[in-house]
Design a protein. Structure first.
Length: 259
């Protein structure tokens, strides 16, 4: 119940900033329109040479802009680094709660808010303007829900991994920059990973970054089978175990900077 309450409190806290978030939504939609325009221009007269048509890329970019608010734009380091700097993490680690769940449940509340007040409104904007794909087969919706759930777990774990590293490095800005760059670059934000040059096109489908963005989008567009869930599941479990292990290590390594 503690983690459920933390999730609820995080959700309600974000409700206080709806107006500011509307501005973010407008910016996200504008970026989407720009990327769509670029792809339409690139594919004009060359669709026979590409596995994606201009309409496919329109749907792809629109879906990506929605999923980014669930598995892309997370809090840097899940704010763990701030606790290391001011000493608050020393109290959080001794509480009778699981520190990993304590941190991630708060981020989960924020992402749940993003789903209702960011992803859905942005999707509606695209649906009313350039169009938005609607899955044609009922099983797709179940697979999509599982895929998005696993994508969120993967992304939360990647950001937690960056945050918990503050117990050793204190400063995590560089790690967050690298993580975010890999997430959007190898996760298929702008370019579907199967269009990347070799050997990236052969490696990236098996990396966690594809599981965070690319696979949920492809499942939504019904261009990927349910087999991709196994790749996502592997990374979700593997990263969770790694972070639980690192959390235990951090309890013994922690050095408070200030506080």
């Amino acid at each position: 119940m503690v983690y459920w309450i933390l999730l609820q409190k995080s959700f309600m806290r974000n409700m206080q900033y709806k107006v500011a978030h509307l501005i973010n939504n407008a910016a996200s939609a504008i970026f989407g329109f720009v990327f769509i325009a670029i792809w339409v221009g690139v594919l004009q007269g060359k669709e026979h040479e590409s596995p994606y048509s201009a309409l496919d890329m329109t749907y792809y970019i629109a879906a990506v802009q929605c999923i980014l608010w669930l598995s892309g734009f997370l809090t840097a380091g899940l704010n763990i680094q701030n606790g290391v700097r001011n000493g608050a993490i020393s109290l959080e680690l001794v509480r009778p709660t699981n520190f990993f769940l304590y941190v991630t449940s708060q981020e989960a509340g924020r992402l749940l808010y993003n789903f209702f007040f960011r992803s859905i409104p942005i999707g509606l904007v695209f649906a009313l303007t350039v169009g938005f794909y609607v899955p044609q087969h009922l099983p797709t919706y179940l697979i999509l829900c599982i895929s998005i759930f696993l994508a969120v777990i993967i992304s939360i774990n990647l950001h937690y991994l960056v945050g918990i590293s503050a117990c050793w490095t204190t400063e995590i800005a560089w790690a967050h920059f690298v993580n975010f760059t890999l997430l959007v670059g190898l996760g298929g934000q702008l370019v579907p990973i199967d269009l990347l040059p070799a050997p990236l096109s052969f490696i990236t489908p098996y990396l966690p970054f594809a599981g965070a963005i690319y696979y949920p989008v492809m499942v939504f567009l019904e261009k990927a089978s349910s087999e991709v869930l196994f790749i996502q599941l592997f990374w979700a479990i593997f990263l969770t175990l790694i972070n639980l292990w690192l959390t235990e290590k951090a309890r013994h390594k922690l050095e408070i900077q200030g506080g």
